[in-house]
Ligand binder design. Structure first.
Ligand code: IPM
Ligand code: MG
Length: 363
């Protein structure tokens, strides 16, 4: 049945915080099912990161996790964050530092966030179905630069604080090339989003993208200001193919764009550089629903599909996972975040119920 050769891969699983471990468990189960079905060998390791790691070791990214990450072929990650830190901005050691550091250490400069609506979820979004139908966007969010990693300062007396928004041309260039390459495989249009009317770093961004665009004459390249892009995404998402943008703008726009895919619980992402990639849902740790067994595992499962496709070049296996998600939705299974009363045959399930259906369709 499997056309591809049988391969062996090491995968580091980092559940993280909140609903992270609950949904990631199903990502791993799906990988196990894929390995069994196609005769591959996936060797799993577990690692700590975020609040869970701070509690256990005092460090949001322990050395043990980082060294396992370096030795693995791919990382499956859950989510990060805990309300304790959100209530207390004064805390110096924070869960998010773990994720930011692993991105930096592994050079994961390109964050791919595909936004595609499964037809069955047309009614689950708060946006009108006729606006959404057929929308298919691939975000390239820069991930290791910008205000996220620029110098941070604050006054001793607490009267001011600053974060430096900085980009180097080489950082823009390497992600731009990846985005143009991807656009070539798609509908050959790329929209670069910035704030070049105000920000110096955005003017560098735009000039660099314009320079790279000259190497891809077959791709139509446009530029849009981020405030306008935020509006256009909701007004007419079908106008976009590949969107290339900076770290902070991409963080915000992709949460917004998750509504185009029905729910945050559906969106997967791949963070890639020149080595090991990290695959994770775009949703957060959702502490309000953690431990209740209701979190949607599909974003983690779709992250696994990205791992198979991008990380391992296993097209057939990746398609099988996406097909299982499609079939499960067609059969009417819904977690609470994608539930809608308009689907006559819909059956409410929790995290495990959804995960089990995916495995059933996959096998
Ligand atoms: C994301 C998250 C992270 C980010 C947080 C948890 C640091 O929101 O991956 O989108 O801002 O990049
Ligand atoms: Mg985010």
């Amino acid at each position: 049945m499997a056309k591809q050769e049988k391969v062996r891969k090491r995968i580091l699983v980092i559940g993280g915080d909140g609903i992270g471990p609950e949904v990631t468990r199903w990502g791993r189960r799906v990988l196990e099912a894929v390995a069994e079905k196609y005769g591959h060998e996936f060797i799993f390791e577990e690692g700590l990161m975020g609040h869970a790691a701070i509690e256990a070791t005092g460090d949001p990214l322990p050395e043990d996790t980082l060294s396992k990450a370096r030795q693995s072929d791919a990382i499956l990650f859950g989510a990060i964050g805990h309300p304790k830190y959100d209530q207390d901005p004064g805390l110096k050691v924070r869960p998010e530092q773990g994720l930011l550091r692993i991105r930096k250490e592994l050079g994961l400069y390109a964050n791919l966030r595909p936004i595609k609506l499964f037809d069955e979820l047309l009614a689950a979004s708060s946006i009108k179905p006729e606006v959404l139908q057929g929308a298919d966007i691939l975000f390239f969010r820069e991930l290791t630069g910008d205000v996220y990693f620029g110098e941070k300062k604050k006054a001793e007396d607490g009267s001011w604080a600053s974060d430096l928004m900085i980009y180097h041309a080489y950082e823009v260039e390497r992600i731009a090339r990846r985005a143009f390459e991807a656009a070539r495989q798609r509908r050959k249009t790329l929209c670069s989003v910035d704030k070049a009317n105000v920000l110096e770093s955005s003017r560098l961004w735009r000039a660099t993208v314009q320079r790279i665009a000259a190497d891809y004459p077959d791709v139509t390249c446009t530029h849009m200001f981020v405030d306008n892009a935020a509006m256009q995404l909701i007004r007419d998402p079908r106008q976009f193919d590949v969107i290339l943008t900076a770290n902070l703008f991409g963080d915000i726009l992709t949460d917004e764009a998750s509504q185009i895919a029905g729910s945050m619980g559906m969106l997967a992402s791949a963070s890639i550089g020149d080595g090991t990639g990290l695959y994770e849902p775009i949703h957060g740790s959702a502490p309000d629903i953690a431990g209740k067994g209701i979190a949607n595992p599909l974003a983690s499962i779709l992250s696994v599909a990205l791992m198979l496709q991008i990380g391992f070049q296993m097209q057939e296996e990746a398609e099988a996972v996406v097909r299982a998600v499609d079939q499960t939705l067609k059969a009417g299974y819904r977690t609470v975040d994608i539930a809608d009363k308009h689907t006559p045959n819909h059956m409410m399930v929790g995290t495990d119920g959804m995960g089990q259906q995916i495995i059933r369709f996959l096998s």
